[in-house]
Design a protein around this ligand. Structure first.
Ligand SMILES: *Cc1c(COP(=O)(O)O)cnc(C)c1O
Length: 226
């Protein structure tokens, strides 16, 4: 079942890229395996999937040693500062950096571990009360502050769009995140070249790709409802 759904998602990604005149190699599919057992992750691996996303530090640390070492793990959920030390040398990318304090902690732990950590800044483009993330107008200042920290590299922006019935309703937010990325790159901030846009989930990843997503985070569409 995982394999059929995964192939269907892959096909839809290719089709969305065709509609947008983009090369499918520009879009990374992150299979969001949170709450799902290792056996289902193994089914996806058998289908060639190597990139997985988890939203909880504990769950991520439990799963990693049970699976092949060549996988790429992305932390996509809200991260508490006291948990940074457990994952700093285990993840390829942290998508959910939502405060400068958190970035500072990541930098400090990365120095201790002797690694450089790639991050995205989470932006609350829809300005939802319930969501984490920087407001659009706070992002440039945060980028400037974080750019000065050692062993941490901002590679792009991430957003979690509202839960909507019609994915077209979220197009405006994906456009906004893309534009924000372009605007910040134009400022030529030292050491900052943002190229990644992590946006789009099961309900809206095709629209997100049409608007420039370079990473889509799909859980339910691959592994079924949680
Ligand atoms: C759970 C989760 C997803 C995947 O959501 P689906 O709707 O199941 O595809 C994507 N991004 C984040 C941050 C999540 O927590």
């Amino acid at each position: 079942m995982v394999q059929e759904q995964l192939n269907e998602v892959r096909q839809k990604i290719v089709q969305a890229c065709e509609r947008a005149g983009r090369n499918p190699s520009e879009v990374k599919l992150i299979a969001v395996s949170k709450t799902k057992p290792v056996s289902m992750i193994e089914e996806a691996i058998a289908c060639g999937q190597t990139v997985f996303g988890e939203n909880k530090v504990q769950e991520l640390c439990d799963k990693i040693p049970q699976l092949p070492a060549n996988l790429e793990w992305h932390l996509i959920g809200h991260l508490q500062r006291n948990k940074v030390k457990y994952i700093v040398d285990k993840v390829a990318l942290i998508h959910s950096v939502d405060t400068v304090r958190l970035a500072k902690q990541i930098s400090q732990e990365a120095v201790k571990a002797g690694v450089t950590v790639q991050i995205l800044l989470e932006v609350n483009v829809a300005r939802e009360e319930s969501k984490f993330g920087f407001m659009e107008e706070e992002v440039e200042e945060a980028v400037r502050e974080i750019a000065a920290f050692p062993n941490i590299q901002i590679v792009g922006l991430m957003t979690i769009a509202p839960f909507v019935a019609d994915p077209e309703e979220n197009r405006i937010y994906f456009k906004k995140l893309h534009q924000l990325c372009v605007d910040i790159n134009k400022k030529n901030i030292d050491n900052i070249r943002m190229s990644e846009l992590s946006m789009g989930m099961t309900g809206d990843y095709e629209v997100a790709i049409e608007e420039g997503a370079t990473m889509v985070r799909v859980g339910t569409g691959i592994f079924g409802t949680r």
